[in-house]
Design a binder for this molecule. Structure first.
Ligand code: PAF
Length: 263
């Protein structure tokens, strides 16, 4: 443990066991742990779920007290954005594809708020879940390119009993949608297994796995290099890649990813 080190876990609240895993890891590594709760309007596009995003402040604070965090930073929107921001942070290549194509301002909004939070909290380490793998790639690249004095720590995805990745948005699923939601990680596992089994033609492996997603509405399945997130058509042997996907259960957008190790 670094004497005096501050570990920072940025969140949008509606905390669950995935956030608890980030906080526990920060507590192991750092002397002090700061958690922010801020639903950042900049990263939601028009028609997205900013208004509907779950807000559970009382339960969040109770959990954070139980986890023994040292400080909670929960600013108002006007404190974070006292004037409409004019400087836009380009999320670079990792933000260009997939989520970046479908949610054009999303990663610029994430990048702006994460940089602001890092500058306010000034941690030595900041913790992000692998569940949001493209966000992790964007932030890792921005921190490297801008020489931000912080180490980004990636923490494994926490999954429910059936394999569904924990997410604050899962709270908005009906019981039927919750039952179906596991189809996304199943399709991603099928894709990863097909490719690890030396099926090196990605488009046909994706078409076969896409059939597993119904009754969810598939947005995309893709195979990417985790550092730049450009979708690949063909993989080299020995590559370490990610199967990534997004699908809708009703209006709830689910995203997930699974590691692929090509032998
Ligand atoms: O992953 C999230 O919860 C958010 O995108 C983050 C990193 C807290 C920025 O608002």
């Amino acid at each position: 443990m670094n004497a005096g080190a501050i570990g920072f876990v940025p969140t949008m609240g509606a905390l669950h066991a995935g956030h608890a895993a980030l906080i526990r890891r920060a507590r192991v590594d750092c002397a002090h742990v700061v958690v922010s709760i801020f639903v950042n309007p900049l990263q939601f596009g028009p028609g997205e779920d900013f208004e509907r995003y779950p807000r559970t402040m009382e339960a969040d604070v109770a959990l954070l007290e139980k986890l023994g965090v040292d400080a909670i930073f929960s600013p108002q929107t006007l404190e974070m954005y006292p004037q409409p921001p004019q400087v836009r942070v380009d999320a670079g290549d990792p933000g260009r594809w997939l989520e970046g194509e479908r949610r054009p301002e999303h990663f610029a909004g994430v990048a702006a708020v994460v940089l602001k939070l890092l500058h306010i909290v000034q941690p030595q380490r900041a913790y992000f879940g692998r569940k949001d793998a493209q966000q992790l790639a964007v932030i890792t690249r921005i921190v490297a390119d801008l020489n931000e004095p912080v180490e980004i720590v990636a923490v494994p995805t926490v999954r429910d009993f059936d394999g569904l990745a924990l997410s604050s948005r899962n709270a908005s699923l009906t019981s039927g949608q919750r039952r179906d939601a596991v189809r996304l990680p199943r399709a991603l596992n099928a894709l990863a297994q097909a490719l690890a089994g030396k099926k090196l033609d990605i488009p046909s492996a994706i078409s076969a796995s896409a059939r597993e997603v119904a009754p969810l509405r598939l947005d995309y399945l893709a195979v990417v290099d985790p550092s730049d997130f450009r979708p690949l058509d063909h993989v080299a042997q020995g590559a370490s890649l990610l199967a990534v996907g997004a699908a809708y259960a009703g209006t709830v957008r689910l995203i997930d990813n699974v590691d692929i190790l090509i032998p």
